[in-house]
Design a binder for this molecule. Structure first.
Ligand code: INI
Length: 175
């Protein structure tokens, strides 16, 4: 039979960071509210959550990786809103912020979650920030809980594996 590994949605005892951008804050504030609602409903203590405001989505990845590297947090959630305008600026900001968060996630020891909305219109962005299409901040926070628990499960496996190599009796006790 296969071993199934699934993340738990239990935030008790977790310390979380949220990096959120001020640009389009009428949307990002709603994403932040959704994320906080999710975390608090799942047992994360309010004073275990740190919020870092940055100017725009472009600035999210460089700060997110630094926050992750402090070792102070179990997970970093990135929230932003990039809305298409009349110029190609949208393409640069949306693709670089997505690539940057992906890179931060690959390089960090803790999960770095992508909760940046990219929308063609303000209506589309509003729909994803707590109206017709749910709240992408809430969704990002759910993903954060799930991934944090999976990272912990894998770290526990690695620890038991290392112990097994060093002292088989100690590993057996741990299990
Ligand atoms: N930043 C956003 O977060 N969303 C946008 O829609 C946006 N647009 O379209 O310009 C945006 N630009 C600012 C950018 O993120 C940087 O803050 C700025 O270029 C300074 O580095």
């Amino acid at each position: 039979m296969a071993w199934i590994h699934e993340g738990r949605l239990d935030g008790e005892g977790l310390r979380l960071a949220i990096v959120v951008s001020r640009f389009n804050s009428f949307i990002t504030q709603r994403l932040l509210d959704g994320a906080l609602d999710c975390l608090e409903r799942h047992g994360v203590e309010t004073d275990e959550i740190s919020i870092f405001w940055v100017p725009g989505a472009w600035e999210i990845p460089p700060l997110a990786i630094r926050v992750a590297d402090t070792g102070e947090f179990d997970c970093v959630i990135c929230l932003g809103a990039v809305i298409r305008g009349e110029t190609p600026h949208f393409e640069y900001v949306s693709s670089e912020s997505a690539k940057g968060v992906a890179q931060a996630a690959m390089l960090s020891d803790v999960p770095v979650i992508y909760g940046i909305i990219t929308a063609d219109t303000v209506d589309q962005a509003v729909a994803r920030a707590g109206t017709k299409s749910g709240n992408k901040g809430f969704d990002a926070a759910m993903t954060a809980l799930e991934m944090t628990s999976l990272y912990e499960a894998v770290a526990d496996m690695e620890e038991i594996g290392v112990m097994a190599e060093m002292a088989p009796e100690a590993a057996a006790e741990e299990e």
